[in-house]
Design a protein around this ligand. Sequence first.
Ligand code: CTP
Length: 400
Amino acid sequence: MYNLTDRSVVLGVTGSIAVYKAVDLASKLTQAGALVDVVMTREAAEFVRPITFQSVTGRRACWDMWDTGSDVPELHVALARRADILVVAPATATVIARLALGLAEEMVSLTALATRAPALVCPAMDPQMYEHPATQGHVETLRSRGVLLVGPEEGRLASGHRGRGRLSEVDTIMGAVRYVLGRTGDLAGKTVVVSAGGTQEPIDPVRYLGNHSSGKMGFALAEAARDRGARTVLVTAPVALADPYGVETVRVRRAAEMRDAVAAACGDAHALIMAAAVADYQPAEAAGQKIKREKLEGLTLSLVRTPDILAEAGRRPGLVRVGFAAESDELLANARHKLEAKGLDLIVANDITAPDAGFAVDTNRVTLLDREGGVEELPLMTKYEAAWRILDRVAERMTK
Ligand code: CTP
């Protein structure tokens, strides 16, 4: 169902200290439903033994080209043909050179040469090695062949030095795998705009009017849209979540800024999903300086309405508009009222008083109401799963 379910991922692991992160990657890919076959270099197996990978993937990990114990003759060819994607993580300078030159010297480069699956390479090495013209030349060669390079990132390295050479975070690599596998999904060629988080309306330079939105539902929607092939724009109010890989993320703060960013992104979009908790009011004037404690006593804030972003996005033909109704009472009646008042195609109603749904948690229990009067009550599920179900409905409407 999801874009990693039963997909064949060949994970090439090479000899960098970052190998331990590849174990986590193999585990997360497996948990997400992928069939993960690990091929390793001998050097990688010096850091982490194949049995570790076998234990988390439930499949044989192979490092020895000369291993005759496999029941599959020419294992690298079998893996290469079966692969939906080849991920090399961590990729050392040596293996990057081999991939660029087409040298099949061990299981990883051998499998890479034999496969026609899309390849994703995640370098990890000392910054001086990465910056070396030899490595940069090989990286360029790989890029020009359509290989997707993820990282390396800036930061502290095992050597104690700082610089650009760290393996990307496992979540980033997972996002990149999902992005690549999603390119042929049912939303390919479509643009989906999603808003997330709770806007902050400044009172003075340190205080603001805000709300409890964590942004998780909106981020899950953006990731799911990406995973189905959409070009995805995520307009988010401040949240403690990293930019999802392959999603054009625009960070805003106030409702007025969100309105401008959403309007700009919606120009050629096919769907707008407003998961953000937008403040309905903002202070009429934000103080230029921090309001001193003495002045706060008895302070009255004068509030003015913020723009209604969904209503302003207009009923343009071809733009599917989806709203969220977070309610604490009269859930369905309030949601239906909002759907009609804002002329939406679909509204996602959720009861914020339920303990396993609503703000900050990873699960949600939502009901989908459409403009034709349809009501679909979904059971408790993860926000990513709920996002997928919402997008099923959006996809249907895009083709109407
Ligand atoms: N919304 C918006 N612009 C606003 C306020 C809300 O686009 N200024 C969007 C939200 O992102 C959500 C939907 O409208 O998708 C409903 O938001 P909500 O705050 O529940 O609705 P309101 O119309 O503000 O109603 P109320 O706060 O009275 O419940």
